[in-house]
Design a protein around this ligand. Structure first.
Ligand SMILES: Cc1ncc(COP(=O)(O)O)c(C=O)c1O
Length: 394
């Protein structure tokens, strides 16, 4: 079986974990947490990075830190992971969904303004699969309506967004794609909003097993995230609390793995792009298969995963295609299921009469191929053969 994700832990991961054990630093107080925060802040060009237990609670923390709560509405893509809507609902806020663009699978900025009401407090932009959200129009809308922005950058650590007008971030390493976007200004994904969140789940560009982060340039917001992450311990009396926080801390053990992963993040991203190029070449001539765009006018695909969508005239859907690929030893994952069609959210009385035709179509016809960083060329060739065989024979 070629798994949908294969990870690589052959850098300094074991060495740094052994260091945690030999120094007895395993809790969140240990030095690797600060090292990871500093390193990711540098990578993304942010002033502050706050490490947490996973990417889902990073969203809870961002929502809470921005003071989003009962009566507030937040606009987000329907085509995303449930963590985004769940964070809003847990805070008492209302998720308001927009459809995605058929070519990038990202939220459609043109659909946002129609959803704004006097209760709208923020936009949650989620970068999906490999291309960032077109942020320039999102920034314009947020500025016009005085809205906050949360950026869920879980899937695109290390990606660069090329803006038409925003000031450059304090970005560290830039990739060699400058000439292609000459008239635009590079901004690191993870620095495109008031608060940005990351996940370090094993399929992400940096993994800590489970882990996540909140990023910000705002001292007060960062301070608030740090307090809320750590049970909002009192400033005067440690156990006297002025507000309810969580224990969302990341342990030193997790961070040790993360620091080792961070040391190789450029290699990881280069490998992801190589995998993207392999599949582009191997699947180039299949008119019934929508492949990810190689680039847009504002970014080059980072291929966090290699998603494909079956054309409408293919007689089977994604579920059947994934079943047939599994029979041939190829692991896949379905695309996200739209928020407005989630049973749990519909039972809460949300999204009655909502339609997002693009999200609905790609959820049923889309899936992703093995895309892990340890994938080898011969495995990609086997995957491509299985895909070709499936639909050319039947
Ligand atoms: C866009 C996005 N946001 C949030 C998450 C949640 O992160 P975690 O699994 O670390 O909770 C994920 C997936 O893992 C994701 O893809």
């Amino acid at each position: 079986m070629i798994p949908v994700n294969q990870i690589s832990l052959d850098g300094n991961e074991a060495k740094y974990l052994a260091e945690c054990v030999s120094t007895n630093w395993i809790s969140a107080e240990g030095p690797f947490v600060a090292r990871l925060e500093k390193g990711v802040a540098r990578l993304t060009g942010r002033r502050h990075a706050i490490a947490v237990m996973n990417g889902s609670v990073a969203l809870d923390l961002a929502v809470a830190a921005l003071g989003i709560g009962a009566g507030d509405e937040v606009i987000l893509p329907s085509f995303t992971i449930i963590s985004c809507a769940a964070a809003l609902l847990r805070a008492g806020a209302l998720p308001v969904v927009v459809d995605c663009e058929p070519a990038t699978w990202n939220m459609d900025p043109a659909a946002v303004e129609a959803k704004i009401t006097p209760r709208t407090k923020a936009i949650m932009a989620v970068h999906i699969y490999g291309l960032p959200v077109n942020m320039d129009p999102i920034w314009d809308i947020a500025a016009r309506h005085d809205l906050k922005i949360i950026e869920d950058a879980a899937e695109e650590i290390g990606q660069i967004y090329w803006s038409e007008k925003a000031p450059p971030a304090l970005t560290a390493a830039l990739p060699d794609e400058g000439a292609e976007f000459a008239a635009r200004i590079p901004r690191t994904v993870g620095s495109l909003a008031d608060l940005s969140t990351l996940s370090f789940y094993p399929n992400k560009h940096i993994t800590t097993g489970e882990g996540g982060m909140v990023l910000s340039d705002d001292d007060a917001l960062a301070e608030r995230c740090r307090a809320l992450r750590n049970l909002s311990f009192g400033k005067k009396g440690r156990f006297i609390h002025e507000e309810l926080g969580w224990n969302f801390r990341m342990s030193n053990l997790q961070a040790a793995v993360g620091v080792a992963q961070l040391e190789r993040v450029s290699e990881t991203i280069a490998k992801k792009r190589e995998i993207g190029r392999w599949y582009n070449e191997l699947l180039a001539d299949l008119p019934w298969l929508q492949r990810p765009l190689e680039r847009t006018e504002y970014a080059r695909n980072i291929y966090w995963v290699y998603g494909v969508v079956l054309a409408d005239d293919v007689p089977i859907d994604a579920e059947e295609a994934m079943k047939r690929l599994a029979e041939k030893g190829v692991g896949t994952r379905p695309f996200f299921w739209p928020m407005h069609q989630q049973p749990v959210l519909r039972r809460l009385g949300l999204f009655g009469g909502e339609a997002c035709p693009v999200a609905e179509r790609i959820a049923r016809r889309g899936f992703y191929l093995p895309s892990g960083v340890a994938l080898e060329r011969n495995q990609a060739e086997q995957v491509a053969l299985a895909v070709r065989d499936l639909f050319s024979l039947r």
